[in-house]
Design a protein around this ligand. Structure first.
Ligand SMILES: [Zn+2]
Length: 407
């Protein structure tokens, strides 16, 4: 049999996009609560011209008529706006630059009455705390859902051990908790900022303002919902947690969503979204601050800086897919014309895959893991077709900078 796909279902033949710095090893976002060990992922699609789906989407976006989209948003807000003083839209976030803009637009540009909802970072950074405070100072109320920390720590450890995905408990709550709150508080409109999965997913999902319900809703039994690679039933039976403890991590029952009439929309569909402009917007309109030091593993200072686990998360992506934080940052900036592809490649060569020393011990302590166990887990998830060991050091077999030399 012709073997074309290796670990995680990734193509064995590594290719880099001709336009940006992404490789064909990047998986599309999958349904988080179905993620088990040995899951086969759908990698980003490359056309015959060697250009990735994310770049294709980025080009397509240039032809969007933003005035029409703005009108659609006005209509949407008119449908959900309340005149009796109650909150009429939930804006999930934690003071990062995307959620700052989403909340600000809803309240001050579209005359809505937003309530912020925060699923807190696993380990908040000092900068994250400051930005959260600035967000609230800009004139918003916020409901914070703080999960049972004993459970949260357990799920972080299981996610890391079983999936090499220590960030999963955050992702699960970020996807599900605001939807759950929508049904509890009877606030049907939930407005996220940019669709984080927009770049690298099948383009057809980006042509609509809403997220497919399969990502956050399900009525399957607890034995078929997976948290940290373990069924929700087992978490309850084996570790002694209650269903109520698990609730914010679980997909929401479609019946409850129907009753409230919950709709999840992305503001990024209606308004032109641009990471660097979101950053300037946040600085201008709230007291959002970038980090005062370079992000380890990349060269940036302003994106994903509120959770200490962000660093570890990007490190694991480099181990599993060969794509570190500098790759993700540069791919986006090349596409937006802020840096050239050559500059991107040089930045990747210099920074990608750097061990996140600054917060690593905090994360390990949080999960209750030793450094030795950390190394074991990392090595168990290192993708064989991407890595080879040379004089005791792991090296990428086909890094982007070598490919360029081949011409
Ligand atoms: Zn590309």
């Amino acid at each position: 049999m012709d073997k074309q796909f290796g670990m995680y279902g990734l193509p064995l033949d590594v290719k880099y996009c001709k336009k940006c710095t992404l490789s064909n090893q990047r998986p599309s976002s999958s349904v988080a609560f179905k993620n088990k060990q040995d899951e086969v992922k759908r990698p980003v699609f490359f056309g015959d011209d060697g250009i990735c789906e994310a770049c294709r989407w980025s080009e397509k976006k240039k032809n969007i008529d933003w005035e029409t989209r703005h009108q659609e948003l006005v209509k949407l807000c008119d449908k959900f706006r309340r005149s009796d003083g109650r909150y009429d839209v939930l804006v999930p976030g934690s003071g990062g630059k995307d959620s700052v803009r989403a909340a600000y637009e809803m309240k001050y540009m579209y005359n809505m009455n937003p309530l912020l909802v925060t699923w807190p970072p696993q380990l908040l950074t000092e900068m994250g705390r400051k930005n959260m405070e600035s967000w609230l100072d800009a004139g918003f109320a916020c409901y914070t859902i703080t999960p049972n920390q004993k459970l949260h720590k357990l799920l972080s450890r299981l996610s890391f051990e079983n999936l090499c995905h220590p960030f999963q408990p955050f992702t699960l709550g970020q996807n599900h908790a605001p939807m759950y709150l929508s049904t509890l508080l009877d606030i049907p409109l939930v407005m996220y900022g940019e669709n984080g999965a927009e770049y690298g997913n099948n383009i057809k999902y980006n042509e609509k303002p809403t997220r497919d319900e399969s990502y956050y809703s399900s009525n399957t039994g607890l034995e078929d919902i997976f948290l940290g690679g373990v069924s929700a039933k087992e978490i309850i039976d084996k570790y002694g947690f209650s269903l109520a403890d698990l609730k914010p991590y679980l997909p929401v029952n479609p019946y409850d969503l129907n009753r409230t009439g919950t709709e999840l929309h992305f503001l990024g569909y209606y308004l032109k979204w641009h990471p660097m402009e979101e950053y300037y917007f946040s600085v201008e309109n709230t007291n959002f601050m970038p980090n005062d030091f370079r992000t380890e593993g990349s060269y940036s200072k302003y994106s994903s800086i509120d959770d200490k686990f962000d660093w570890l998360n990007h490190y694991t992506l480099h181990i599993k897919y060969g794509l570190g934080r500098a790759t993700y940052d540069s791919a986006q900036e090349v596409r937006n014309g802020e840096i050239t592809r050559e500059e991107g490649v040089a930045l990747i060569k210099r920074f990608d895959g750097e061990l996140p020393k600054i917060y690593l011990n905090d994360c390990l302590e949080y999960m209750g893991l030793s450094e030795e166990r950390f190394n074991e887990i990392i090595e168990a998830h290192r993708t064989p077709h991407l890595w080879s060991k040379e004089s005791g050091t792991w090296k990428l077999i086909k890094p982007i900078w070598d490919e360029d030399n081949e011409g």
